[in-house]
Design a protein around this ligand. Structure first.
Ligand SMILES: [Zn+2]
Ligand SMILES: [Zn+2]
Length: 391
């Protein structure tokens, strides 16, 4: 079925999409505590006659076509952010201190809309569409535990999207290869020897050591990574010292490391350890280096991105489908799904006009005309991939 026809059907259910999105918007929840959200998704899947299973707060639905065939997965994330939504919207958050400020309410509505369309045309395709409703994208990550629990078993391709207010409704973008960086947490604890501020020769000053260490660690990127390769190391927190006249014996630094290439990621981690240990040794201090693995980089499959671009051009016109030049250094745990099967993740314009408030801001607003577009794209991607498996 041609994508314009799918879009016509998606638009015919625009009011329903809006209603679902607003219902979800009212009940924003923390990662792995998406209980009401989960219940709403289950109720809607029940109404559509789509079987599903749940574990923790995730939901995995399955729409079987007319005949056996490949399995294609669609993903929507479910969690919200700890922000107080300003007054104004008639469907404002009913959970004080929580807000769908990253648009995951829209992602779920799009996926439920795609499910509804696909369920209504299940006689027209072979194979299975698996619906992955994923918790905790903003915090510890729900994708990796879902993969570990078998969510991607047998999946031939996986598709996901994120609304983006830097583009107006009617535009999409993406890129083959890395779309989102890996995110690791870097924690350093420097230990010196405390003493009287007037007798530094008897002490090991952890503050002076930390100052040198922060400077030296800047070279991990500037002197260790090619200027043509995206990488960033930022220390956002430094803490140490108790009194003006006491030499400090403990400083803690914490930061984030982001890279677009697994080899660069490994090399940078090793270099951070070497530099930190080397600087500490030079001052007679000790340092504990703790690097906590975050999300892996999101690596889009070139063929699947081309499929998304082809369908996007047919839906929105070539001028509204933009290849991104560079990856985003923000993390996105869709990466774990597309590490299991070829996948495409793309951005869906959701602003009414520019400039628009960014994601993760209390002022973030979404133009709901993006919902049927996302719905048609996800539907068309699944059907296009499944039709390939038949031949
Ligand atoms: Zn977010
Ligand atoms: Zn998000």
């Amino acid at each position: 079925m041609d994508i314009q026809e799918i879009y016509r059907r998606a638009q015919a259910q625009a009011d329903w999409l809006t209603e679902v999105r607003r219902a979800l918007h009212r009940i924003p929840e923390e990662g792995f505590r998406e209980f009401k959200t989960q219940a709403l998704i289950c109720r809607l899947l029940d109404e559509m006659g789509i079987p599903y299973r749940t574990e923790r707060t995730w939901v995995i639905g399955e729409i079987a076509g007319a005949a056996p065939g490949a399995v294609v997965a669609l993903r929507a994330d479910m969690d919200a952010l700890p922000l107080d939504e300003p007054e104004g919207l008639p469907f404002r958050s009913e959970h004080a201190g929580w807000m769908h400020a990253c648009g995951h309410d829209a992602h779920m509505a799009v996926q439920l809309g795609a499910a509804r369309l696909l369920a209504s045309m299940r006689d027209a395709f072979s194979g299975t569409v698996r619906l992955l409703f994923q918790p905790a994208e903003e915090t510890v990550g729900g994708a990796a535990p879902m993969v570990a629990a078998g969510a991607m078993r047998g999946v031939a391709a996986v598709y996901g999207l994120h609304v983006q207010p830097y583009m107006n409704v009617g535009r999409i973008d993406s890129r083959p290869g890395c779309l989102n960086a890996s995110t690791d947490e870097v924690n350093l604890a420097i230990r010196g020897v405390a003493g009287h501020a007037a007798r530094p020769e008897q002490c090991v000053d952890a503050i002076v050591c930390a100052a040198q260490m922060v400077s030296a660690l800047q070279t991990v990127v500037s002197r260790g990574v090619s200027p043509l390769v995206p990488a960033v190391l930022t220390f956002g927190k430094i803490a140490g010292g108790t009194a003006r006249n006491v030499v400090c014996d403990r400083v803690e630094l914490s930061g984030t490391l982001r890279t677009a290439d697994p080899a660069v990621r490994a090399a940078m981690k090793a270099r951070i350890r070497e530099v930190a240990q080397g600087v500490a040794a030079a001052f007679g201090a000790r340092v504990d280096v703790d690097i906590v693995e975050g999300y892996c980089a999101l690596m889009n499959d070139p063929g699947e991105v081309e499929r998304a671009f082809r369908l996007g051009r047919a839906l929105l016109g070539a001028e509204n489908v933009a290849p991104r030049e560079s990856p985003s250094m923000g993390g996105e745990d869709f990466s774990y799904f597309c590490a299991e099967a070829p996948g495409a993740f793309y951005h869906l314009g959701c602003a009414a006009e520019q400039p628009a408030a960014p994601l993760h801001s209390r002022d973030f607003r979404l133009d709901e005309r993006c919902l049927p577009i996302g719905c048609a794209m996800q539907c068309a991607l699944a059907l296009d991939r499944l039709s390939e498996a038949v031949g």
